[in-house]
Design a protein around this ligand. Structure first.
Ligand SMILES: Cc1cc2nc3c(=O)[nH]c(=O)nc-3n(C[C@H](O)[C@H](O)[C@H](O)COP(=O)(O)OP(=O)(O)OC[C@H]3O[C@@H](n4cnc5c(N)ncnc54)[C@H](O)[C@@H]3O)c2cc1C
Length: 318
């Protein structure tokens, strides 16, 4: 119930305007977000890399209907790549991109960014530009997955992008009923696939609504990915699923370098270090920028204990 309300708030323009007056450096925001500038992102990336962790930088923003805004996001990613190269971090840090931040929703022609639509063309062109710069800098890009209405469109852009940039990573969400089949399609050699539970409120027609079902689906999907030829990226903070991933990797005779764990910045940092110290590859997803509202709301929905803290920081600003 609370999760649904928070996810509804995540999509509310009015709540977003209210929260938007709060600096990204304050309290609860700074726990989950590196800061508002690329310098903040680089500072955090250096700290994590110094501690033996890898990084995926996410320039916050989503759902733009403005072409200029989509181009600014591309420019922000190019700036981040330059900044990473300058401090020699492109081996340890890659980029995560939401297609809806770089044009997928443009056109509004009812095709939701499907092949042939303006959204598909613009998002693909923009993603190509970032992938090329990433490759030249010696790193890679992963396409984040958003709500289920964008899954087909995102996988179509991924397929087209992988013609030229096969190293581009995908994200699949175990809460969606379709995902086990998508895992089978994507578990091929060279294919990097991040498996997460899914952060969006979805209808029962498309998704498992019961957490136990979501977790069971996660394990089924993990089995497919670990037994496949690709590179699984196990994105969860769930101790049980982390343990199961380790067991499945061992059973599949996987070398620790042939898959990785991923966690979010600010969530279970001790566990991130513990896993890395035990020889696993661990990547931390580091968001930065001033468009933190939707991202933060999804984090609160996962851990309602933080809601009161967030509410107090809003109220104390009057
Ligand atoms: C690297 C990464 C990238 C992601 N990318 C996407 C994406 O592209 N699209 C998308 O929809 N979602 C994405 N997500 C979010 C994901 O879908 C989940 O919403 C989020 O990770 C929470 O699910 P969970 O697997 O951690 O388990 P949950 O069910 O939230 O938590 C399970 C258990 O983990 C532990 N735990 C969780 N949080 C905490 C905490 N703060 N402190 C201590 N213990 C905790 C607790 O034991 C809890 O019971 C991503 C997640 C990660 C880690």
């Amino acid at each position: 119930m609370l999760r649904s309300s928070l996810l509804a708030l995540a999509a509310s323009a009015r709540a977003k305007r209210l929260a938007g007056t709060m600096p990204g450096s304050s309290g609860i925001v700074s726990r989950f977000v590196a800061g508002e500038t690329v310098d903040d992102a680089i500072r955090v990336a250096r700290e994590l890399s110094g501690a033996g962790l890898r990084v995926s930088l996410d320039h916050l923003g989503e759902g733009t209907l403005d072409r200029g805004q989509a181009e600014s996001t591309v420019a922000a990613y190019l700036e981040a790549l330059d900044a990473l190269a300058e401090v020699d971090l492109t081996r340890d840090a890659e980029l995560s991109i939401k297609l809806s931040a770089i044009g997928q929703a443009l056109g509004g022609d009812g095709q939701a960014g499907r092949r042939g639509s303006e959204g598909h063309r613009v998002a693909l062109d923009n993603a190509r530009e970032v992938c090329l710069a990433a490759r030249n800098a010696g790193t890679t890009v992963t396409l984040d997955m958003e709500d289920h209405t964008t899954t087909d469109s995102t996988l179509e852009v991924l397929t087209d992008l992988r013609q030229d940039f096969p190293e581009t990573g995908a994200v699949l969400q175990s809460q969606l009923r379709r995902t086990e089949a998508d895992c089978r399609d994507l578990a091929s050699a060279g294919s990097r696939v991040r498996l997460c539970k899914g952060a969006y409120e979805e209808p029962a027609s498309a998704a498992y609504r019961d957490q136990v079902e979501v977790d069971r689906s996660y394990v089924r999907c993990l089995k497919v990915l670990m037994n496949g030829a690709g590179y699984p990226m196990v994105a969860t903070h769930d101790p049980r699923l982390v343990r199961i991933a380790g067991v499945l990797a061992e059973r599949a005779d996987r070398d620790p370098a042939s898959y990785e764990f991923q966690m979010l910045y600010g969530v279970r940092p001790d566990e991130q270090l513990r896993l890395a110290a035990s020889g696993s590859t661990v990547r931390v997803y580091v968001p930065y920028g001033d468009q933190w509202y939707g991202y933060l709301m999804r984090r609160l929905a996962e851990r309602p204990a933080n809601v009161a803290f967030f509410a107090r920081s809003l109220v104390s600003r009057g």
